[in-house]
Design a binder for this molecule. Structure first.
Ligand code: C2E
Ligand code: CA
Ligand code: CA
Ligand code: CA
Length: 278
């Protein structure tokens, strides 16, 4: 009788299958996605701007949705954050990224540093540090082989707790990168306090370098600031030769973007690495 009632309800309300319903369904599926092994990491190589050799890669989460195909984080990360599932997902991401780094090394490859994205929300919970340390130990990965990418919003949420967590990460010995630098609200005081190893210039500043003098000035400024403070700079979203040569000329340290390599499954990155080794 219950199911009949539901069926009728759906019949009389055309908007039964609203976005809300769809999103409840998606959240339910998201909560089961780890056990069902539907998550996968793709990896985007990062290269040295001057020599062009690979220095590392960034792990980027993908969801192989059974009906909708391969989904990028834009389609589910916010939902994961709002539902609290992000903690469990982050745990999986850190373990899998370390496992993959170990697999590549076992194959005789030299992938460099593994950059891992961590949600601002995870900087409220000290288990972030423990889980990263556990993952590195489990897969025999040294802290210098791991870089944690955090956005400026990680410092906003609860700055006391997040600052302590960041300090613990630094004590652990992992590298720290500020992601999407320049798009958030962090003050320069935070840079002085945290001394991240790296700033990642957001793609939005790189995109129009050829035509936008303001963007060129911003990029130059960030590179200058970083070099004064002894930090490396990665430019994101490098798609063409004009962007690449400007960034090289200005002294950007590392490059990442479709123009160098797209995010790829692990096997494709292995092939990419082998083809580049002379
Ligand atoms: P992000 O950390 O800024 O990652 C860079 C994004 O730019 C990636 O999108 C990448 O595929 C894309 N990208 C790289 N090069 C280019 C380029 O040349 N042109 C253009 N148009 N795009 C480029 P993606 O993979 O969709 O990830 C989106 C965001 O989702 C990431 O932005 C990051 O904030 C978040 N994310 C990804 N993986 C994870 C994860 O494991 N955990 C958490 N918490 N967030 C993640
Ligand atoms: Ca990132
Ligand atoms: Ca970024
Ligand atoms: Ca971004």
């Amino acid at each position: 009788a219950k199911s009949l009632g539901r069926a009728r309800y759906s019949f009389f309300l055309p908007e039964f299958n609203t976005r809300r319903q769809a999103s409840v369904a998606l959240e339910q599926q998201l909560s089961e996605a780890i056990e069902r092994r539907e998550f996968v990491l793709h990896y985007q190589p990062q290269v040295h701007a001057q020599h062009g050799h690979m220095v590392g890669c960034e792990a980027l989460l993908r969801w192989r949705h059974p009906a909708r195909g391969l989904l990028a984080p834009g389609e589910f990360i916010t939902m994961a954050e709002e539902s609290g599932l992000i903690a469990e997902m982050g745990l999986w991401v850190r373990d899998e990224a370390c496992a993959q780094l170990a697999r590549w090394k076992a194959e005789g490859l030299r992938p460099g540093v593994m950059a891992i994205n961590v949600s601002a929300l995870e900087f409220r919970d000290h288990r972030l540090v423990d889980s990263l340390r556990d993952a590195m130990m489990r897969h025999d990965i040294a802290p210098q082989e791991v870089e944690v990418e955090l956005t400026e919003s990680a410092l906003m949420a609860d700055s006391d707790t997040s600052l302590r967590i960041i300090d613990r990460l630094v004590e652990l010995g992992v590298r720290l990168a500020i992601d999407d630098f320049g798009t958030g609200y962090s003050s320069l005081a935070y840079l002085k306090r945290l001394r991240p190893h790296q700033l990642k210039i957001d793609r939005s500043f790189v995109r129009d370098i050829a035509t936008d003098a303001d963007d060129r000035a911003i990029v130059k400024g960030v590179i200058g600031l970083a070099s004064t403070l002894g930090m490396d700079v990665t430019a994101e979203g490098v798609e063409d030769e004009g962007q690449r040569s400007f960034l090289c000329q200005e002294g950007c340290t590392y490059l990442q973007g479709y123009g160098i390599a797209r995010p790829m499954p692990a096997e494709d990155v292995a092939r990419w690495m082998r083809e580049r080794v002379v």
